[in-house]
Design a protein around this ligand. Structure first.
Ligand SMILES: [Zn+2]
Length: 67
């Protein structure tokens, strides 16, 4: 048996990246298994976190790494 690990999304977020829901500065990048990508501000990431986990999304959050 071998675990399938989703590749980490390592592209940095920039000031040009905006939350798909509200247009605020993006803080989290979520890559979907099907190839899509979503950007969220902190607020909307928190709101959709459980859903993203259900989808098996790969979440990249620079803020978490810097703290
Ligand atoms: Zn938002």
């Amino acid at each position: 048996m071998s675990d399938v690990v989703s590749p980490l999304i390592s592209m940095p977020l920039t000031a040009a990246d905006r939350c798909d829901r509200c247009g605020a500065a993006a803080r989290v990048r979520a890559g979907l298994p099907g190839g899509g990508e979503l950007l969220f501000c902190r607020h909307h990431y928190n709101a959709h976190e459980a859903r993203l986990a259900d989808l098996g999304a790969s979440v990249y959050s620079p803020d978490d790494e810097l703290v």
